[in-house]
Design a protein around this ligand. Structure first.
Ligand code: FAD
Length: 430
């Protein structure tokens, strides 16, 4: 194993020999036995990317041995978790189990992957077990960079939650909003690109504003942003002026939005232009690919993983594919919709590569819905294809919701958002 400290434990390697011997005993023809045993695919991470990929692989070729490595018993989805923050939805409604994926024939290893040996094509799990692979898919999502903002570390996130991974952090932020006095101040810190879900912070600001308007009408919300522009900006700003006049203040990079330091003791966020004391501070730090990506050698100096846009195979380590938030998706944003689309394209490529056929060139779609209020949705859509070694946007194929649209259009988009979430979670986890 190349890097990382590994816990000790029994070594139970999944070997070809065992499977081949079983095939021989059962009298299977050699190609069938070889087909099953010679092409094990291991997928690390059971989120939108990894779970979709494992399931798609098995669907496309039931003979393929596919193992999904995921330590969590249930997956807590981030899309719609801003509704949980705003008290409009329960966290349990974000939870999905892996029984459907297991029933589809995928072997689930309820362990973290702790190391990858690309030479031997072997993954080591937290309990010491080892899995051999012919193709490995790495889909660990993001890690929060707790070294990026002075004063902000994991302990500080208990006072100034990021809530950028659905779970206890989401509920903490919701509780803090509930406990905040009317007339109090919420301050959000938003990172520069790239990060998970580009419109997500502004959807969150909108839904927090909805909560404040309804429950604490004298409160204010300041967004300190490390950039000068953001996704669906004109649509958000139009909606804020209409629904939450005077409630949300967005401070761009040029006007002192970059948070340079935080003081969790005083609940203060510092910028070059001054400091802001918060009653509730939501600090979303910069991110990078989940740690196992670096351990596998597929992350570059940016912390993200460069890939071939046709196969999603790492450009750094052969035999390892990276999908979802962890990958450098070119123009494709880091979203659950993208992760799901990339996973299917990656599965198709792997099926072809295992059969030693040329993989097809994918065309990928992403749509990001955002709720500005429970019955007010907006969206941005794009189509992406490989170009010059990256996933590039296909000119003229995407679009955003219209400005100045009637309420019925916004209501319809809120319903589409809900329908998308129901459909994708049912497809992946159902
Ligand atoms: P994840 O969903 O994070 O899954 C990664 C999985 O890998 C996890 O289950 C983790 O446990 C596992 N893992 C990590 N390391 C290991 C390891 N070493 N071994 C084994 N398993 C491991 N996207 C949308 O499309 N629409 C939205 O409306 C939307 N809203 C969002 C709102 C918020 C507030 C946030 C934060 C995000 C939102 N997103 C949305 C983005 C979306 O959640 C992510 O883009 C998506 O989850 C990425 O999927 P992924 O599989 O790459 O990563």
């Amino acid at each position: 194993m190349p890097t990382g400290s590994l816990p000790s434990g029994p070594s139970r390697r999944t070997t070809l020999q065992g499977a081949l011997a079983t095939g021989a005993l059962l009298g299977l023809s050699t190609p069938a036995a070889l087909g099953q045993a010679a092409a094990p695919v291991v997928v690390i991470g059971g989120g939108f990317a990894g779970a979709t990929c494992a399931r798609s692989l098995k669907q496309a070729d039931p003979g393929l041995a596919v193992t999904l490595v995921e330590p969590a018993e249930r997956y807590l989805a981030c899309p719609f978790s801003n509704l949980v923050v705003a008290g409009l939805r329960e966290l349990d409604e974000q939870a999905f189990g892996y029984a459907g994926i297991a029933a589809a024939g995928v072997t689930i290893a309820r362990q973290p992957a702790v190391a990858v040996d690309p030479e031997r094509r072997r993954v080591r799990l937290g309990d010491g077990a080892e899995l051999d692979y012919q193709r490995l898919v790495v889909a660990p999502g993001v890690d929060l960079r707790f070294d990026a903002i002075p004063g902000y570390d994991e302990a500080a996130s208990e006072r100034m939650p990021h809530a950028w991974k659905a779970g206890p952090q989401t509920e903490l932020l919701r509780r803090q909003l509930g406990a905040m006095p009317d007339g109090g101040q919420v301050v959000m810190a938003v990172p520069a690109n790239p990060f998970r879900c580009p419109p997500g912070p502004y959807e969150r600001a909108s839904l927090i504003a909805h909560y404040l308007k309804t429950h604490k009408p004298r409160a204010k919300l300041i967004i300190l942003d490390a950039k000068d522009q953001f996704s669906k900006q004109r649509l958000f700003e139009e909606a804020w002026a209409e629904l939450y006049p005077g409630l949300i203040e967005w401070v761009s990079l040029s006007f002192g939005g970059q948070v340079t330091e935080v003081d969790p003791g005083a609940n203060t966020l510092v910028t070059e232009f001054g400091s802001h004391r918060a009653d509730v501070a939501n600090v979303i730090p910069p991110q990078r690919a989940g740690a196992i990506a670096a351990l596998a050698g597929v992350a570059d100096a940016t912390g993200w993983c460069p890939i071939d846009p046709v196969t999603f195979e790492s450009t750094l380590v052969p035999g390892i594919h990276v999908i979802g938030d962890a990958a450098i998706g070119g123009a494709m944003p880091k979203s659950a919709f993208s992760a799901n689309a990339q996973a299917k394209a990656c599965a198709a490529a792997i099926i072809h590569l295992v059969r030693e056929e040329a993989p097809p060139t994918p065309k990928l779609i992403n749509t990001c819905y955002s709720l500005v209020a429970p019955d007010y949705g907006i969206s941005i859509a794009g189509v992406y294809a490989p170009k010059d070694g990256l996933l590039a946007e296909v000119e003229g194929a995407g679009g955003v919701s219209p400005l100045e649209a009637p309420a019925a259009v916004r209501q319809a988009e809120a319903a589409y958002a809900e329908a998308w979430f129901r459909t994708v979670t049912d497809e992946v986890f159902g």
